[in-house]
Design a binder for this molecule. Structure first.
Ligand SMILES: [Zn+2]
Length: 479
């Protein structure tokens, strides 16, 4: 009997606003604990929340980016529960009238395009952070994150494999980042997800009991958590023990590498949702919607198609570029400087990406700016230096602030394009390799590469390889 996996995701994404959702506290990450707090976000008596307009703008933009319908009249609701990271003992969220509904994201899978429907997007406030001391028997609380605006994007259970769930999460992250809705820094928890997973026999159409996996903040963790839970459920189904799968929330423990039961899954009514009396209903004007549409930047799928058709870059290369926004921005800046697209692409996906990975930085933090790299690549396109020499200059540029031309001069890396210099060297190589020349004459033209290599070696890589190849063939053919 074969089983299929049914997955739905709930993605939480912090919005890129300067201030919190209901007060003027900064949303800046990495500040001193509890520095970004005030009586409003700490929930002290006598304070009242005021909705940050930018939160509404960004939520509408997120909805538009994934094809949602915008509810022009929506409201905030109170979700009641106690936890030490939530000072008010309720979270202001949206219940029955979320700001966006019914969207769609198309993802590429092995079997073609899969439609993943978006059930809803709602706005809410984030909770604080508990710091469990490792060596002391207590926990500290940092309320800086309390009141940071979030959107929660809820999908329908439309994904049929772990790979699809990962692809969806990546696709959504790229959309939110490109549209300027969230900075999507996973390591800072600004985008994270909960995953619902259940199994059923292939051919069945009813949904079986699902398990929710909480607070996953990287693609790798999502993969591992889903794999473990899939195995656990599959084992229970295989041995007729599926009654042991209960609707519950399980926490993914990355250290232990397994999911651990947290609590039996609560129902919505357990939270005693009711309309938030302190925040007036939200009216999304036509103007806000029009503005979200007008200011929508080029989204990843459209960018991919454009880069492929405009610059003739392969699908594989485009995937790498577009998956990393600072990198694709770097590429487009380099092109804007006047760089030839193939050359730009090869260098960025080669040496530039290698250094970025080594230094664990993004392209916008890279010391060699697109303008500076262009100066180097222009020397290559104008045949002033060889590609080999360019690599040497590049390595030197990483260590100093010197201009590429300066390094070329200092290291004597100028390419030899003068016939008078190259000609005798070619003659010499032909003379010293009679048996190779013999093979060439017998029709083994591939040995030409060996001879070019010898010539390049003799010129310390400084000869113009195109010129060398042409001259060499000319000479060999005339013997
Ligand atoms: Zn505050």
């Amino acid at each position: 009997m074969s089983y299929e996996t049914i997955i739905g995701l709930e993605v939480h994404s912090e919005l890129k606003t300067k201030t919190k959702i209901f007060c003027n506290c900064s949303t800046k990450f990495g500040e001193e604990p509890n520095a970004n707090t005030c009586p409003i976000c700490l929930g002290l008596p006598g304070t009242l929340p005021v909705m940050n307009e930018e939160v509404v703008n960004l939520a509408v933009k997120a909805g538009k980016a994934v094809g949602c319908r915008i509810n022009q009249l929506n409201k905030m609701d109170r979700k009641n529960y106690f936890y030490p990271d939530l000072p008010k003992a309720y979270q202001i969220s949206q219940f029955d009238l979320p700001i966006c509904e019914e969207g769609l994201i198309k993802i590429e899978t092995e079997d073609g395009i899969r439609d993943v429907r978006i059930n809803r997007i709602h706005m809410e406030e984030d909770a604080g952070k508990l710091v469990h001391m490792e060596y002391e028997p207590y926990t500290l609380i940092d309320y800086n994150r309390v009141g940071v605006p979030l959107i929660e994007i809820v999908t329908e259970p439309d994904m049929r494999s772990i790979e699809e769930a990962i692809t969806f999460f990546k696709t959504l992250k790229d959309i939110l980042e490109y549209a300027g809705i969230s900075d999507c820094k996973m390591e800072q928890g600004s985008i994270r997800c909960d995953a619902n997973i259940s199994m059923r026999k292939v051919g069945d159409d009813k949904l079986n009991t699902r398990v929710e996996l909480k607070n996953i903040n990287s693609f790798k963790e999502l993969q591992k958590a889903l794999e473990k839970e899939q195995k656990r459920q599959l084992e229970l189904y295989t041995y007729g023990e599926e009654h042991k799968i209960v609707q519950e929330t399980r926490r993914w423990d990355s250290g232990k590498g397994k999911t651990i039961p947290m609590r039996s899954k609560e129902e919505a009514h357990d939270y005693r949702y009711f309309p938030e009396p302190d925040v007036i209903p939200i009216i999304v004007s036509d103007e806000i919607i029009a503005n979200a549409e007008a200011t929508m930047p080029e989204l990843p799928e459209i960018k991919k198609a454009r880069l492929m058709s405009e610059y003739g870059i392969s699908k594989k290369e485009v995937e790498v570029l577009v998956a990393d926004k600072p990198l694709v921005d770097y590429f487009e800046e380099l092109i804007a400087c006047g760089c030839e697209s193939k050359l730009a692409c090869n260098w960025i996906l080669g040496d530039v990406l290698r250094v970025l990975k080594e230094e664990k930085i993004t392209a916008n933090e890279f010391a060699i700016t697109p303008a500076k790299l262009f100066k180097l690549l222009a020397l290559v396109s104008e045949s002033k230096i060889s590609t080999t020499a360019a690599k040497t200059v590049f390595e030197e540029m990483l260590k100093s602030w010197k201009e590429p031309e300066e390094i070329v001069k200092e290291k004597g890396l100028s390419q030899i394009s003068s016939l008078d210099t190259i000609d005798p060297i070619i003659e010499e190589v032909i003379k010293n390799n009679p048996s190779v020349v013999e093979q060439y004459k017998e029709g083994k033209t591939q040995v030409q590469g060996f001879l070019v290599g010898q010539i390049m070696k003799a010129t310390k890589g400084k000869a113009n390889p195109k010129m060398v190849a042409e001259l060499l063939v000319e000479k060999l053919n005339s013997i």
